[in-house]
Design a protein around this ligand. Sequence first.
Ligand SMILES: [Zn+2]
Length: 237
Amino acid sequence: MPWRSCTSAWWLDWLAPLDCVACGADVRSGAGCAALLCADCQALGAARALPSVGDAAGVPVVARAPYAPPWSLAVQRLKYGGRPDLGARIGAGLAPLLAELGGAPGLVPVPMPPGRRVARGYNQAALLARGLARAAGVVLLPPALRRVDPTGTQVGRGRSERLAAAAGAFVAVRPVAGRVVLVDDVVTTGATAAACVGALRGAGADVVGVIAVARAASELDRGGVDENWGTSGPSGA
Ligand SMILES: [Zn+2]
């Protein structure tokens, strides 16, 4: 499967800010292909043990690093640092993981709660998936999943949505055919990924794996804040 770790058009690299995705140091190489991490962050990352491959609903979950510096910093800059542009670069760097899963023609990002998406202005998982799709030459599928608010009113919901809400889960909004890979920024317990995999299977998809930037051992690793449900909701990570 063809993939690139950087943009192929050198002038795009010169137009875009090319800083270390974790610490912001300049990584512009002058060769039209900048590294994602500066030398210091690369050394820091190399010292971390690679996360073990887990599974969610029976499919492999692969992450490029543990949720620790430098990649935890990169995820935080993408999500909270007002740097949606980092999504394309970090996502492109996930291409080897897609090859590890045997490839898939379609990618599906984990959706955010609508309110959070409006507040942030973007879904980081979708930006990662877009960058990965471009680098790997595969398709970012149109939105296929919707998150069901477990605390919202049940009025107006169909039976499947009520059941999904009760489980703190997701529903598919359209049929999905063929092999797909789910993309998220951080995987912790795998519960969110498993719920998404289940919804995608119900929509007809053959889910071959889950790709994340980082894998956290527990919610404490992520600062105790569950991105998916907030600080008081059920764990959905
Ligand atoms: Zn750095």
